[in-house]
Design a protein around this ligand. Structure first.
Ligand SMILES: [Zn+2]
Length: 237
């Protein structure tokens, strides 16, 4: 399908900046260019720049294909999502022509979003991409990137079931004052929580032995979240 004529693609400008994928496609990553359109296009096909994406969409809604979908484009850089650290191999990358935060951050052009939606729909359908894997560059590289940013209309994609919507009912409330979240964290840390009280007792026995009552309290929460934080930061393995 990738190299067939595609009614959603208006122009082909082949970029040399790609290599072979190391895994199947399971993600879609959205970006903004933070450059004027012509400059962005030139950079995405410049071998010296060593960056690319599969698609670039102008503010006017022109869809340019740069890299065939079966190839690995170079858009995500050092990134990670749900354990996948080779995001470029796992994803389709779409660059949106946009001045970005550096150029006077503003709403995305309606014509651009109108061109993006059917393209995302077609890609998600072709590769059976889970909604949870339709993400922004900032989601997969939070320490380095902010694109496409807070004005990107995720709700337009969510309304069409193309990405996850913002949750409306927040069952846990403040997770720091709630046992349900404690158990989720306890499981993440490694405990089998099929018997919740026993799991809390085991946790206390190991980490807070001066009071083993099987009841989740503030000190237990604080200890567990600190353990998780330290592990996530690589301070403990
Ligand atoms: Zn980006």
């Amino acid at each position: 399908m990738q190299d067939q004529p595609d009614e959603l693609v208006h122009r082909e400008v082949p970029s040399p900046n790609w290599n072979e994928r190391a895994c199947p496609i399971s993600m879609l990553v959205l970006h903004y260019t933070e450059l004027p359109f012509a400059e962005a296009l030139a950079r995405l096909i410049d071998p010296a720049a060593e960056v690319s994406a599969h698609y670039l969409i102008s503010e006017g809604g022109e869809v340019v294909r740069l890299v065939p979908e079966e190839k690995r484009a170079w858009h995500a850089g050092a990134s990670a999502w749900r354990g996948q650290r080779d995001v470029n191999s796992a994803s389709i990358g779409i660059e949106l022509d946009h001045p970005g935060h550096a150029g006077g951050y503003r709403a995305f052009a309606p014509a651009q979003i109108a061109a993006l939606v059917p393209l995302v729909h077609r890609i998600v359908r072709d590769y059976d991409i889970p909604r949870a894997n339709v993400v922004g560059h900032s989601d997969v590289a939070p320490a380095r990137k902010v694109d496409p940013g807070e004005l990107f209309p995720w709700e337009v994609l969510a309304d069409r079931h193309l990405c996850l919507p913002r949750p409306e009912s927040l069952e846990l409330g403040d997770p720091f004052s709630n046992d349900g979240a404690f158990f989720l964290a306890l499981e993440r840390f490694g405990y089998d929580i099929s018997d919740g009280r026993k799991a809390v007792e085991a946790f206390q026995r190991r980490w807070r032995p001066e009071a083993i009552d099987g009841l989740v309290d503030g000190q237990c929460r604080a200890i567990l979240f600190q353990l998780l934080l330290d592990r996530e930061r690589g301070l403990a393995r």
